[in-house]
Design a protein around this ligand. Structure first.
Ligand code: GLU
Length: 441
C-alpha cells in the first residue's frame, strides 16, 4: 500500500518551497488510493513551536491537502533511542568529542589541501581510557553513524540513477551531545516503522538520502522510493530563500490567491507538462505525473498566480462565494446578478468591494471636455433607477437617435460618465445593479 508523508519541522510557516513537497507527496498517495501522513518533525524542542503546528494544519486545510493521520516525532523518542541502541550494539555508532571549533579547523585544513571536508573519523582511534578522559573533560560526545565506504545507489523518481561514494560523506551525527535525536535518525525510524513507501523532498536532501539508505538497511528496513525535486528560484533565477518571508502560504492567501490556482501551478511547475488551471482536486490528481519533473532549478513567479486565480474565480458559481458576497452587504436578491457581472472583472475576491461600491454608491463621473454637452444631453434621457437589463440598450438607442453619435464615441463617454472608468463589466448587466447614478445629481 502506498504511503507518503509530509514532514515539516514546526519552526515556521509553510512556504511555496515546502508546499511543493507536501503537494507531491499528497498527490502520490491520493493517486494510488494510499495513505498520506502529516508528520510533525518536532524533535528540536527549542525551535519547534505549537503555534506553527496549528498554522501548518490550517494552511494544509485551506489548500484541501487532507491527511489520514498525524504523527509527532516528539512522542516517539523512545523508538529512536531503541534504534540508536541497536546501531551501537552492531558497532555502527560511535561517540566523538570534537568541539565545533576543532571540526571547523579540520575542515579548513582539508579544504586548503584541496581535499573534500569529510570527517576524519579520529574518534574511532580513541582507546577506552582516552574516551573516558575526554568524556570527563568535555561531557558526553555526539554520536555518529559509521558509514560503510561503498557506493550508495538508488533510482531516483526524478533525478534518475544516483550513485554517491559514501567515503565522500561525513559520518552523520545522529545524536547531539545533549542527547537530542537528530532528524536523520528520527526520519529513518519513522519512515521504516510507518511503512512509508515513497519519499519526495527537495534536492537539498540528496546526501541525507544516501546516508539514510545505509541506516535503514543497517536497521533491517527496506528503503522507500526516493525522489528529489529541484529547488525553486525567483523569476530571474535568484535563490528564493532570501524572499521566502514574502512567499509563505499565508501571504499568498492574504494577496487573494485561490487554493486551486496555487495547486494547479505547483502540480506542474518544473515538469514537462504545461501549467493548466484545474477545476477540482480530482483533475489535479489525474493530471499529475512525478516522472515528468526535471532536475533543473524551477523558476517561480508569484505573479503567475493572479491570472490563474482570476480564471478560477470566473468559473465559480455564486454558491462558492456566497459568504464573501454577503459580507460586502449585497442584498440577497442582487447576489446572483452581482456575482455573475463581477466575476468577469476581478483578479481576486478583494476586487469585489470596488464593484459593489460602484453599484451601491455610484461613481464620480469621468467626462472628457469634448463630451460634456453630449453627456449632459444623454443623462437627460436616462430614466430613473431601478434599471432593468434592457435599460442600457434602450437608452443608448435613444441617445444615438438624439445625438447622431454611434459606436465607441457613443458608448465610451456614457460608460465613463456612469462608472467613472473606461473599463468594466457589460453595461447591460451592470446597470440593473446600479442603485445610484451620481451624474444626475
Ligand atoms: N523535517 C524535514 C525538513 O523539513 C523533513 C525532510 C524529509 O522529508 O525527510 O526538511
Amino acid at each position: 500500500m502506498t504511503t507518503t508523508r509530509f514532514a515539516p519541522s514546526p519552526t515556521g510557516y509553510i512556504h511555496v518551497g515546502n508546499l511543493r513537497t507536501a503537494l507531491m507527496n499528497w498527490l502520490i498517495a491520493r493517486k494510488a488510493g494510499g495513505t498520506f501522513i502529516l508528520r510533525i518533525d518536532d524533535t528540536d524542542p527549542e525551535r519547534s513551536q505549537e503555534r506553527y503546528v496549528d498554522a501548518i494544519k490550517q494552511d494544509l486545510e485551506w489548500l484541501g491537502l487532507t491527511w489520514d493521520r498525524v504523527e509527532r516525532q516528539s512522542l516517539r523518542l523512545e523508538r529512536y533511542r531503541e534504534a540508536a541502541g541497536r546501531l551501537r550494539d552492531m558497532g555502527r555508532f560511535y561517540e566523538a568529542f570534537e568541539t565545533p571549533t576543532e571540526l571547523d579547523l579540520k575542515r579548513k585544513k582539508q579544504l586548503n589541501m584541496s581535499r573534500p571536508p569529510v570527517y576524519d573519523r579520529a574518534a574511532l582511534d580513541l582507546g577506552a581510557a582516552e574516551r573516558d578522559r575526554l568524556r570527563a573533560e568535555r561531557g558526553p560526545g555526539v554520536w555518529r553513524f559509521k558509514l560503510d565506504h561503498e557506493r550508495i545507489e538508488w533510482n531516483d523518481g526524478i533525478l534518475g540513477d544516483i550513485s554517491i561514494d559514501a567515503a565522500s560523506v561525513s559520518d552523520p551525527v545522529l545524536i547531539r551531545a545533549d542527547g537530542q535525536v537528530l532528524y536523520t535518525l528520527a526520519s529513518v525510524v519513522d519512515d521504516t516503522e510507518m511503512g512509508v513507501t515513497h519519499v519526495v523532498r527537495g534536492s537539498d536532501h540528496v546526501t541525507n538520502t544516501a546516508t539514510q539508505i545505509q541506516i535503514i538497511r543497517a536497521l533491517g528496513g527496506r528503503p522507500p522510493e526516493f525522489a528529489h525535486h529541484s529547488l525553486l528560484t525567483g523569476p530571474q533565477g535568484e535563490a528564493l530563500s532570501k524572499r521566502l518571508g514574502a512567499l509563505s502560504l499565508r501571504d499568498l492567501r492574504a494577496r487573494g490567491v485561490q487554493p486551486l490556482a496555487l495547486l494547479s501551478l505547483m502540480a506542474r511547475l518544473g515538469s514537462s507538462d504545461p501549467v493548466e488551471l484545474r477545476g477540482d482536486m480530482a483533475e489535479l490528481i489525474e493530471g499529475f505525473d512525478l516522472g515528468r519533473f526535471g532536475a533543473a532549478p524551477t523558476r517561480f513567479d508569484a505573479d503567475d498566480l493572479l491570472p490563474l486565480t482570476a480564471r478560477h474565480l470566473q468559473s465559480l458559481p455564486l454558491a462558492a462565494v456566497r459568504g464573501e458576497v454577503a459580507a460586502l452587504g449585497v442584498p440577497g436578491d442582487l447576489a446572483e446578478p452581482f456575482w455573475l457581472m463581477a466575476r468577469e472583472n476581478i483578479t481576486t475576491l478583494g476586487d469585489l468591494a470596488g464593484w459593489w461600491h460602484l453599484c451601491r454608491d455610484g461613481a464620480e463621473p469621468l467626462v472628457d471636455e469634448d463630451d460634456r454637452e453630449f453627456v449632459a444631453q444623454a443623462l437627460a434621457l436616462l430614466p430613473e433607477p431601478p434599471f432593468t437589463p434592457e435599460t442600457w440598450a434602450r437608452w443608448t438607442a435613444q441617445v444615438k437617435e438624439a445625438t447622431g453619435r454611434k459606436g465607441k464615441s457613443l458608448f465610451m463617454p456614457l460608460r465613463k460618465a456612469l462608472t467613472g472608468q473606461a473599463h468594466g463589466p457589460e453595461m447591460a448587466a451592470l446597470m440593473p445593479l446600479m442603485q445610484v447614478v451620481r451624474a444626475r445629481r
